[in-house]
Design a protein around this ligand. Structure first.
Ligand code: ADP
Length: 482
């Protein structure tokens, strides 16, 4: 099999710049493709954290102003290999790559990520300043999804757009069409126009050679009005070009047998040591040392999407199950206040840490008995897979990647050894309450719980599977483009 040259374009990448699942994928998928001997280069803005991490980055190309609103920029080559898009006036900003200090979208996001998209396209075109040519340009989420527009209207490599969350679309005022240097004839319902605006994601979904999203169930769901955020008709129209590929888990970073963040390592055949991690977590978060009740864990962006308002509603009930609750998250200010209030009312039983803390996330996965993720929608979700690997059966709603990875405990699924968690159909307090009760009953049956834990820990979530499916997608895109 010949090896492919792939330009992977992303606006975030763990461990340096990460706000969610895309950051993890951008680290793990290119690495897995490289292990399969493909030539992958990652194009990402030169944020301060990356310039700091790669002090030896060296200039490989000077880019002129590519459109009226786009300033000149440089490409730096570094490490992995990375291509850093160096444009200090756009990217030399500390903190979250999309939001300002007040949590609002940065006012110039359209041209910041317009530049990322334009450069991504250029590197797939004959006019590229590099002597390296990708066979396929892989764009991720709205921030780079405008690139296929130039590749479509001007020619260039095959393109693939992956949707990590269709709720974020990058819709901006119409005058960005000329500001970003797109041709006037791109302003069509089957071009980049979307309800009178320029839409980055719509453009990508319309014009990319092939499109994908991060789980098979989400690929179906986004064709439905209830999940498509307005783009369902377009996705139904392009259903033949759309695939769902489940994300993997980086098993070097998320492995309870060799996780430097944990108090004690453990594995499927050494589950007793997991209890010491529970005790350590109780201590760290100021929870009572209670061994007679399950500890539920949450690690999440605090938003409507994640269904955590249901947990807020049930907070007091959880303490009466009885059970404990450990929450790590940040986001919606009202929700943050709600969780802080719960922790104040039930000290020793409910503990909350507001903020982003990678190491504590690992300790919650290891120390909790059971993980809560009742999302209203979930393109793939990573935390439920981490939970499965850490022997912390998740309670999830049947949506997106949650539906593709968590198998509800029943007589049948226990018999065929697939039962690995608890699945609710509806995002209602009542449905979640029944699942919490059911999980608590199962937890009290040690032998049963251990079977559920081991079923989850045995399942293979390695990136090798996903990388293989992406290579097929790339080859199909290349064939379709010719
Ligand atoms: P999403 O991308 O919608 O936020 P995912 O489950 O796909 O949800 O990915 C979330 C990633 O971010 C996971 O790696 C999770 O552990 C991490 N994460 C979310 N919130 C926090 C937090 N407050 N502290 C540490 N890690 C977090």
């Amino acid at each position: 099999m010949n090896h492919l040259s792939i330009l992977f374009v992303t606006s975030e990448m763990a461990p340096w710049v990460k706000t969610g699942g895309l950051g993890d994928v951008a680290a793990a998928l290119p690495a897995a493709l490289r292990r399969a001997r493909h030539d992958v280069r990652v194009l990402i803005p030169a944020y301060p954290a990356l310039l700091q991490a790669f002090p030896d980055a060296r200039p490989v190309a000077e880019l002129p102003a590519l459109a009226p609103a786009l300033p000149p920029a440089r490409l730096l080559a570094a490490g992995l290999p990375l291509l850093l898009l160096d444009c200090p006036e756009f990217f030399a900003r500390a903190g979250n790559p999309y939001l300002d200090a007040h949590g609002h979208d940065q006012a110039d996001n359209a041209i910041r990520f317009g530049l990322l998209s334009r450069v991504a396209a250029l590197l797939g075109q004959p006019g590229s300043p590099l002597d390296w040519r990708p066979d396929v340009v892989h764009l991720n989420d709205w921030q780079s999804a405008l690139a296929p527009a130039w590749l479509h209207y001007e020619g260039g490599a095959a393109s693939v757009v992956t949707v990590h969350n269709i709720a974020f679309q990058g819709n901006f005022a119409a005058d960005h069409l000329t500001a970003l240097g797109l041709p006037e004839h791109a302003w069509r319902f089957d071009g980049v126009e979307y309800h009178g605006q320029l839409s980055f994601l719509k453009a990508g979904l319309q014009l990319a050679t092939l499109i994908s999203t991060v789980s098979p169930t989400y690929a179906q769901e986004i064709q439905d009005e209830a999940f498509g955020y307005g783009l369902a008709p377009l996705l139904r129209h392009r259903a033949g070009a759309l695939r769902g590929i489940l994300n993997g888990v980086d098993s070097t970073l998320w492995n309870p047998a060799a996780d430097p963040a944990l108090a004690v390592p453990y594995a499927a055949n050494r589950l007793a040591a997991k209890r010491e991690n529970k005790r350590a977590l109780q201590q760290e978060m100021g929870l009572d040392f209670a061994a007679d009740r399950p500890l539920f864990g949450i690690i999440s962006r605090l938003t409507e999407q994640k269904g955590l308002d249901l947990v807020l509603t049930l907070g007091e009930g959880i303490t009466k199950l009885p059970a404990q609750l450990a929450i790590l998250g940040s986001g919606d200010k009202l929700m943050e206040a709600g969780f802080r209030d719960l922790a104040t009312r039930f000290p020793g039983q409910i503990a909350v840490r507001l903020g982003f803390d990678e190491a504590l996330a690992h300790r919650i996965e290891a120390g909790a008995d059971c993980f809560l993720m009742p999302s209203r929608f979930e393109p793939c979700g990573l935390n439920q897979m981490y939970s499965l690997r850490y022997g912390t059966p998740p309670i999830v709603r049947a949506t997106g990647g949650l539906a593709d990875t968590v198998i509800d405990v029943s007589e049948a699924t226990l018999a065929d050894k697939t039962a690995n968690g608890f699945v609710i159909a509806e995002a209602t307090p009542h449905a979640l309450w029944l699942a919490l009760e059911r999980a608590t009953r199962c937890w009290h049956d040690r032998k049963l719980w251990q079977r559920i834990q081991q079923n989850g820990m045995r399942r293979d979530f390695s990136w090798e599977h996903a990388a293989h499916d992406y290579v097929t997608l790339y080859r199909d895109a290349i064939a379709a483009r010719h």
